[in-house]
Design a binder for this molecule. Structure first.
Ligand code: SF4
Length: 401
């Protein structure tokens, strides 16, 4: 009894998000007081200003709320100034994030002037080519590199703090620093310690606009790393938001399922304040997946929620066809829950809390429901039009844009 009560939040039908501070990325807040933000990354060359601007706008038009670009050189960092001013002149205000990698302090200091958030990878920020003949890493060597990181990182933190911009400490399982690999192994612990080294430096400098990621290409690894990260942050009194993602998830159905397995599992546990689904496809194809994950978990409502039975021997009409007709007619009514159920045997009970229901009554006859109440019976060929009329009569219809 007590064990169940102690864990009772796990049995709630609402997700309880880990309490995190608000970090502003441009005008978009990231943190547990705000909807989970959706982000992605363009794949155009940042030096091709027109292509990069077009890629960012395609993402923003698809609903992406934060867009990341890569800046591997100083020329790329400088190009971000023109990309930003072109976007703003076109009325596109989507916040921009710049990725910097190997020994990227000079690039980071330049690009920080032009973007809202800088992402650094702790494994690459101070980078020496790994030495395959090395047998161990002494504490002195470990600490000496730690000091180099502090010296390099400090000016970036001070600049971001002065400009009130944000930082992502973005660990990748595949690019942990050599000294972390020797000390902690290729493990979630190594990933967490890599991030914590940077978190503690930021704390010493009283800078807290931080978001943290722990990405890996295997869902079980990223799950373990994010959980350990959240516990470590909480134990040390830090409430920084988490950016969730599975790297190199691939494409197609499996890429979507794999990303969802990692991201949704953590979201359901209350972890995660911003997400990116990484697909080997056009970046704008990632956005509907993100919104579907959030909608399925009840974390955001960005589309109509359709409840439809899988159909069976009792089904009284062509369910797939009717579901498509209903969806085509009502997809713009964001916020509504609409059920399409094949029969009255299980349909009315299983469509649960839908606002409206379209249910097979008898062969050729449809029952329309409002909530749990049967409102009208109509011939099947009039079913979709009658459903629309019912929604209109209730004052809940809007014309499509
Ligand atoms: S609602 Fe009716 S038709 Fe649909 S799966 Fe259940 S029993 Fe079959």
């Amino acid at each position: 009894m007590t064990a169940i009560n102690a864990d009772s939040r796990r049995y709630d039908t609402q997700i309880h998000r880990r309490a995190t501070r608000t970090v502003m990325v441009g005008e978009v807040p990231i943190g547990s007081d705000h909807p989970v933000a959706v982000q992605s990354m363009i794949n155009e060359d940042t030096l091709d200003i027109a292509a990069a601007v077009a890629g960012i706008r395609r993402l923003a038009d698809a609903g992406c709320e934060i867009v990341r670009v890569t800046t591997p050189s100083m020329a790329h960092a400088k190009a971000m100034g023109e990309i930003r001013s072109t976007l703003r002149a076109q009325g596109c205000k989507v916040p921009l994030v710049a990725d910097v990698h190997h020994n990227g302090i000079r690039i980071a200091l330049e690009v920080a002037k032009h973007v809202d958030k800088v992402r650094i990878n702790p494994g690459l920020f101070v980078f020496d080519k790994p030495d395959p003949s090395r047998q161990d890493f002494s504490k002195e060597e470990f600490d000496a590199i730690g000091q180099r990181i502090k010296d390099d990182f400090r000016p970036l933190v001070e600049l971001l703090k002065a400009e009130n911009k944000a930082l992502r400490i973005g660990v990748n399982h595949g690019s942990l620093a050599e000294r972390m690999l020797f000390t902690h192994g290729d493990t979630p612990k190594g990933m967490v310690e890599s991030a914590m080294e940077f978190v503690r430096i930021c704390d010493e400098l009283d800078f807290h606009n931080i978001v943290i990621s722990m990405k890996a290409s295997r869902a079980p690894v990223m799950l373990a790393a994010y959980r350990l990260m959240a516990d470590t942050l909480d134990a040390e009194g830090f409430n920084y938001p988490l950016h969730l993602g599975v790297t190199e998830a691939g494409d197609g159905d499996y890429g979507r399922v794999k990303s969802t397995a990692g991201i949704a599992t953590l979201l359901a546990e209350g972890l995660g304040d911003t997400i990116r689904v990484s697909l080997t496809e056009a970046p704008e194809k990632e956005i509907p997946v993100c919104f579907s994950i959030l909608q399925a978990l009840g974390l955001r409502k960005t589309m109509v929620e359709y409840v439809a039975c899988p159909s069976c021997g009792r089904t009284l009409f062509n369910l797939e066809e009717v579901l498509n007709q209903v969806r085509n007619a009502t997809a713009h009514l964001t916020g509504l829950d609409i059920a399409v159920m094949g029969c009255i045997v299980n349909g009315p009970g299983e469509m649960a809390d839908a606002d409206y229901g379209y249910v097979g009554k008898t062969p050729g006859v449809i029952s329309l429901y409002r909530g749990r109440d049967e409102i009208r019976k109509v011939p099947e060929e009039e079913g979709v039009a009658a459903l629309i009329q019912l929604i209109k009569d209730d004052g809940r219809w809007v014309e499509p844009a």
